[in-house]
Design a protein. Structure first.
Length: 87
């Protein structure tokens, strides 16, 4: 009887952990997609040229920063570009 209770507790705990990880992973994926979309929108509308700077472009570094950092990553790239630091 106690082994059955331990098995049920382990199953419930692993399902709770899996649910938590999938929930966090979903948020990260959505943030990464929004970051890449924001980069594409900024480049297609030439927003950086409005303030006298070059567009951010699509180098491997900028895409990785946008994919990993999401929307805050794009904002960091914009600020770096405004201050004259390009990647």
């Amino acid at each position: 009887m106690s082994s059955m209770l331990v098995a049920i507790i382990l199953i419930v705990a692993s399902l709770a952990i899996a649910y938590y990880l999938v929930k966090k992973l979903t948020v990260l994926v959505i943030n990464a997609v929004l970051g890449i979309l924001l980069l594409a929108i900024l480049n297609s509308l030439h927003v950086m040229e409005w303030i006298g700077r070059q567009d951010l472009g699509y180098s491997l570094a900028t895409i990785l920063i946008c994919a990993i950092g999401g929307v805050p990553g794009v904002l960091i790239l914009v600020l770096l570009n405004i201050f004259g630091i390009t990647l």
